[in-house]
Ligand binder design. Structure first.
Ligand code: HEM
Length: 129
């Protein structure tokens, strides 16, 4: 088998260190975003930690999130927050910036954005007000 058929996105982009950089950059943008900021806690420390565990397993790395927090049940965990189409768009645009600023290029950029977009669509739970 060719290496491209066996390698995960996680290892292809540079493993946990790269996931950490992406997540830290991402929440830096979320913190500045007027639609997203009010949805999140004042302190992003725990949020960053949970997202690092989650994206590690989401992109084919070790199942760190499950080991610490159990089944993701992501839609259920997002129900307390009103996630509108604009919040989804804002979330994805912060993630786009985080990937670009951390030099994630194709094929990884496209694959990551496609998978994140599917999940973000699934998180929407509130119509636009
Ligand atoms: C669509 C827009 C989204 C919004 C507005 C949003 C917002 C939030 C908020 C407010 C929290 C709670 C923060 C906390 O408890 O510290 C959260 C948690 C989380 N989000 Fe999102 N989210 C979105 C999409 C996504 C997507 C696409 C993913 C995964 C690819 C994701 C993964 C997570 C994870 C893993 C947690 C932590 C859950 C836990 O263990 O408590 N979110 N999100």
């Amino acid at each position: 088998m060719k290496q491209s058929e066996t390698q995960t996105v996680y290892s292809g982009i540079g493993g946990y260190e790269k996931i950490e950089q992406i997540v830290d950059t991402f929440y830096g943008h979320v913190e500045q975003n007027p639609i997203l900021r009010p949805l999140f806690p004042d302190d992003f420390t725990e949020t960053r930690h949970k997202q690092k565990l989650f994206l590690t397993q989401f992109f084919g790395g070790p199942r760190l999130y499950e080991a610490e927090r159990g089944h993701p049940m992501l839609r259920r965990r997002h129900l307390p927050f009103p996630i509108t189409p604009s919040a989804r768009d804002a979330w994805l645009s912060c993630m786009h910036l985080a990937l670009v600023e951390n030099q994630i290029e194709d094929p990884y950029y496209t694959e990551m954005m496609e998978r994140l977009t599917l999940t973000a669509n699934h998180m929407m739970n509130t119509p636009e007000s």
